[in-house]
Design a protein around this ligand. Structure first.
Ligand code: NAD
Ligand code: UDP
Length: 338
């Protein structure tokens, strides 16, 4: 009874802060703003009337993702690398800059870890100087190949510190450490979200992550490449749900995180392949390829905290989210004549 009361007070507090913030227009920096999630976040913040400064080095981001906002006087694009220091006056910072797909973050692992660590230091240093609130897009990869299932925030993880995924996993873990230390030592106002596999329109055609790979392969009638036996699991969150979670975490004062944001509906990779074939009506065959090193066997977020403190849980099922994602790639492929 007492617990329930506590939960509802928190949900009401979140709602009041969120509603108030909707009417306060802020200047907001998004690093990695031309990427998949950055472009959705830009759209959401512009729709709420905020000024958005999008910083990107276009490693995996695309102008195509932000072209719709270029004419908006509240939107500003800044080509800059987050590893180089920057000065700018803003109220909030969302730090999303970092390649998220294994093939991209493994392409230049030293640059990947520098992006996470030096990017975090630059964002935190700026936030400290200008007294801004700063948000870190962390990842479920901080749990590595988890031995606890589903993964709650209190689980410290099972990460290989010297493997091919380590540049990303350890970079993100170090960024979380920096966020917590800047908060404890310098009272920087931080928020940390641990993002679980998220998909949707605006993913890059060459992204290499499983949802975009399978959809493109199915639409082109190519073989669907399942790595390993396909029995490994992931829990897929649609981008709109995730962005709602970001906004709620950023604009409340109850928790700083780290907090899991993801969809707990868990699927094997083989199930995903079959669903994509089914929904595209493709004749593609499923083939097996070697499982990459250190590929996590299972992943599912425990979102108890997000429910309690943010009043958040995902609303879009995998099937509902795959539909607009398939439409997006279908259009992209026909535009590029592929
Ligand atoms: P993405 O690759 O589409 O976007 C990353 C963006 O960061 C790109 O626009 C890229 O050009 C930019 N970038 C990379 N290095 C940079 C640098 N040094 N300086 C400036 N910009 C740089 O990936 P995404 O899926 O949109 O991911 C966004 C963030 O969310 C990342 O930090 C990622 O680690 C995190 N995340 C995403 C997922 C997911 O499933 N989408 C899961 C966990 C964590
Ligand atoms: N995967 C796959 N075929 C692909 C791409 C990925 O079977 O063409 C698998 C991959 O081995 C992993 C899962 O799908 O088990 C999710 O991979 P992704 O790269 O999307 O994200 P992450 O491994 O970082 O969760």
């Amino acid at each position: 009874m007492h617990f329930k009361f506590f939960i509802s007070i928190n949900v009401i507090k979140v709602w009041i802060t969120e509603t108030t913030n909707r009417f306060i227009f802020m200047r907001i920096l998004i690093t990695g703003g031309a990427g998949f999630l950055g472009s959705h976040l830009s759209k959401r913040l512009l729709n709420e009337g905020h000024q958005v400064i999008c910083m990107d080095n276009f490693f995996t981001g695309h102008k195509r993702n932000i072209i719709p906002y270029m004419e908006n006087s509240n939107f500003e694009l800044m080509r800059h690398d987050v590893t180089d220091p920057f000065k700018i006056e803003v109220d909030q910072i969302y730090n999303l800059a970092c390649p998220a797909s294994p093939i991209h973050y493994q392409h230049n692992p030293i640059k990947t870890i520098k992006t996470s660590v030096m990017g975090a230091i630059n964002c935190l240093g700026l936030a400290k100087r200008i007294n801004a609130r700063v948000f870190q897009a962390s990842t479920s990869e901080v749990y590595g190949d988890p031995s606890v299932h589903p993964q709650p925030e209190g689980y410290w993880g099972n990460v290989n510190p010297i493997g091919i995924r380590s540049c990303y996993d350890e970079g993100k873990r170090c960024a979380e450490t920096l966020f917590m230390d800047y908060h404890r030592q310098n009272a920087v106002d931080i928020r940390i979200a641990r993002v679980f596999n998220t998909y949707g329109p605006n993913m890059c055609q060459q992204d290499g992550r499983v949802v975009s790979n399978f959809i493109i392969q199915a639409l082109q009638g190519h073989d669907i490449t399942v790595y390993g036996d396909g029995q490994q699991t992931r829990s897929f969150c649609y981008c709109d749900d995730l962005i709602e979670g970001f906004i709620r975490l950023m604009n409340q004062d109850t928790v700083k995180g780290p907090i899991n944001i993801g969809n707990p509906d868990e699927f094997t990779i083989l199930e995903l392949a079959k669903k994509v074939i089914d929904m595209t009506g493709s004749r593609s065959k499923i083939i097996n390829k070697p499982l990459p090193a250190d590929d996590p066997r299972q992943r599912q977020p425990d979102i108890t905290q997000a429910k309690e403190f943010l009043g958040w849980e995902p609303e879009v099922s995998l099937e509902q989210g795959l539909k607009p994602t398939i439409e997006y790639f279908d259009q992209l492929l026909s535009e590029s004549g592929a």
